[in-house]
Design a protein around this ligand. Structure first.
Ligand code: MD6
Ligand code: FE
Length: 218
């Protein structure tokens, strides 16, 4: 629904915002102008820290493949979910967060009303058709006053957005290439997920969807 829709000051038709719920805003088309630069950086990151499918603490393999950059990366294994300075696959520090990643995330946060966002971690998720992300809360960060900035690239996916309780009703919204969700305040601990991704083709990314989530973890 576009009940709370506003065009941005300067631009016209290719960028607009939608309020998902109090604290959660979708900046439609915001990342379009960054897309080529982001993909070049992801190709570099991937060389040092390849995408991998993590195992949940319960012993299931996630269908989404992940990698990270920044001072900390999100990891999952038999001992639980946490942020780590080291990539468990290589034993090395995660690749640095590229300047353009950080600048874009800061600008998006500000545009959605969160000034002074300083991400120290970027989780990069890769979805292929058939992959999904079950309903969850993001609660491994220490400071819930900071928002999360989530950037979608490639083929579309239905984003599931619930409330603070697992059984709250779920809104569904299609996230397209270039869409950014900024997520904090009242919505910071809301349940969310990604429905099974459908077969599709994107001019830059082929049959993939990439999602970047920027966080302040500590
Ligand atoms: C995704 N996103 O869109 C998964 N979490 O691929 C998330 O899990 C997420 O988009 C917290 C805030 C925004 C998000
Ligand atoms: Fe999440």
């Amino acid at each position: 629904s576009r009940m709370n829709l506003s065009l941005f000051d300067n631009d016209s038709s290719s960028e607009w915002s939608e309020v998902l719920s109090q604290g959660a805003t979708i900046l439609r088309g915001f990342a379009n102008r960054y897309a080529h630069a982001l993909l070049d950086e992801i190709a570099q990151i991937e060389r040092a820290a390849p995408f991998r499918k993590l195992t949940t603490p319960g012993g299931y393999q996630m269908s989404v493949a992940m990698t990270c950059c920044g001072n900390l990366g999100w990891v999952s294994d038999q001992y639980g979910y946490r942020y780590s300075e080291y990539d468990p696959v290589s034993g090395r520090l995660w690749p640095l967060m590229p300047g353009i990643f950080k600048n874009m995330a800061i600008e998006a946060a500000a545009k959605a009303g969160y000034a002074d966002f300083l991400p120290d971690s970027c989780l990069i998720n890769r979805y292929l058709p058939g992959n999904k992300l079950s309903l969850h809360q993001d609660k491994d960060e220490l400071d819930y006053s900071a928002p999360i900035v989530s950037v979608s690239l490639g083929i579309p996916a239905v984003f599931l957005f619930g409330g603070s309780r697992r059984n709250d009703p779920v809104q569904r919204t299609l996230l397209m290439h270039g869409d950014v969700v900024v997520w904090g305040g009242q919505a910071r601990l809301h349940y969310h997920g990604v429905a099974t991704v459908k077969h599709n083709e994107h001019a830059l990314l082929g049959n993939q969807r990439l999602n970047l989530t920027f966080r302040k973890t500590r």
